[in-house]
Design a protein around this ligand. Structure first.
Ligand SMILES: Nc1nc2c(ncn2[C@@H]2O[C@H](COP(=O)(O)OP(=O)(O)OP(=O)(O)O)[C@@H](O)[C@H]2O)c(=O)[nH]1
Ligand SMILES: [Mg+2]
Length: 308
């Protein structure tokens, strides 16, 4: 820990990462920080709450805010996610809007652009996934954003390849104001370890289950404590689902699925915590939790929370 009086002065500010679902926002954050902090999956709507990632360099502290993908939904959860995006845009000194050239730009990107116009913050557009996209796809995405947000410079890169990110990172850094660092330069986030753990368990659910089921799952950590004698972390988490049928799918035939979820999640938690983890997962039905504000608060998906 470096004491606050010794934190350097330099360019310091918030960078909101926004875009429609699945454009690579969380992947970008993880690559910049060099660690698996934010949940990532091939399914849309992976991120549900904003996450602060602190990128400290000599003379520079970029406070990245990873946000949920913007889409139009009708549940309390969808509204809470949208609120998280708006709050992040309010807090931002500069915005990185990520686009996915593999999918045609359309209504969702138009909505993102509307949010950005309302926020009236400096915007850079990142055309991501350049390792997968054809030159024609990159050109089409670039042309669409040039027409939609003519003042926003565009950058092409791949969020899975760190070396391609330097140009956009430089451009973001230049747009941050001068000031004292806001966080200890040795820390990567202000999120609680148990919240990151909950998100990694949910990431595992997204990886292992198909269709709509993973979207009906919320992870609540009931216990997260040290077992000093055994030098390990003891974690008990509940997977809340909305209906009994989903509970049966999560448990699986003869308990096969819950075993897979427990083993894969445990590996991730052990990497996160740097120690052995004893993990117990339970499945509980909390009917229609995505429509209930109280449930969202209990699960840390709405209301006051850390994150920049
Ligand atoms: N090949 C390749 N895959 C990428 C790249 N960026 C992201 N991905 C993949 O795209 C998928 C979505 O990535 P995420 O980082 O979860 O996307 P997101 O924008 O945070 O998604 P939401 O949280 O749902 O809004 C994952 O399968 C990533 O591995 C990239 O530059 N190249
Ligand atoms: Mg994400």
């Amino acid at each position: 820990m470096i004491p606050p009086t010794e934190w350097p002065i330099g360019r310091t500010g918030h960078i909101a990462i926004v875009g429609r679902p699945n454009t690579g926002k969380s992947t970008f954050l993880n690559t910049v920080l060099g660690c698996h902090l934010a949940p990532v999956s091939a399914k849309p709507q992976t991120t549900r709450r904003r996450l602060l990632g602190i990128w400290s360099q000599p003379g520079l502290q970029g406070l990245f805010l990873d946000t949920p993908g913007l889409f139009e939904g009708d549940t309390e959860l969808d509204r809470a996610m949208e609120q998280g995006i708006r709050r992040s845009l309010e807090d931002a000194d500069v915005v990185l809007c990520l686009a996915d050239p593999l999918r045609e730009s359309g209504a969702e990107d138009r909505r993102v652009a509307g949010f950005l116009r309302d926020a009236a913050k400096p915007v850079l557009v990142g055309i991501n996934k350049s390792d997968l996209a054809t030159p024609a796809q990159v050109a089409a995405a670039s042309a669409w954003w040039a027409e939609t947000l003519p003042d926003a410079p565009r950058f092409v890169f791949s969020a899975v390849e760190r070396k391609t990110l330097d140009v956009v990172l430089d451009a973001l850094a230049k747009r941050l104001p001068e000031g004292p660092f806001l966080y200890d330069p040795e820390t990567l986030t202000d999120a609680f370890e148990r919240d990151i753990g909950a998100d990694l368990i949910r990431e595992t659910v997204l990886e292992e289950l198909r269709d709509e089921v993973p979207h009906a799952v919320a992870v609540e950590i009931e216990a997260w404590k040290e077992d000093d004698a055994a030098n390990r972390r003891v974690v008990r988490a509940v997977l809340h689902v909305e209906r009994p049928g989903q509970k049966a799918i999560l448990i699986g035939h003869g308990g096969e699925m819950i075993k897979v979820l427990t083993n894969r999640s445990r590996e991730k938690l052990e990497t996160l915590c740097g120690m052995k983890v004893k993990l117990d997962l339970y499945v509980r039905v909390t009917a229609d939790w995505r429509r209930k504000r109280d449930a969202l608060k209990t699960f840390g998906l709405a209301g006051a929370r850390r994150g920049g």
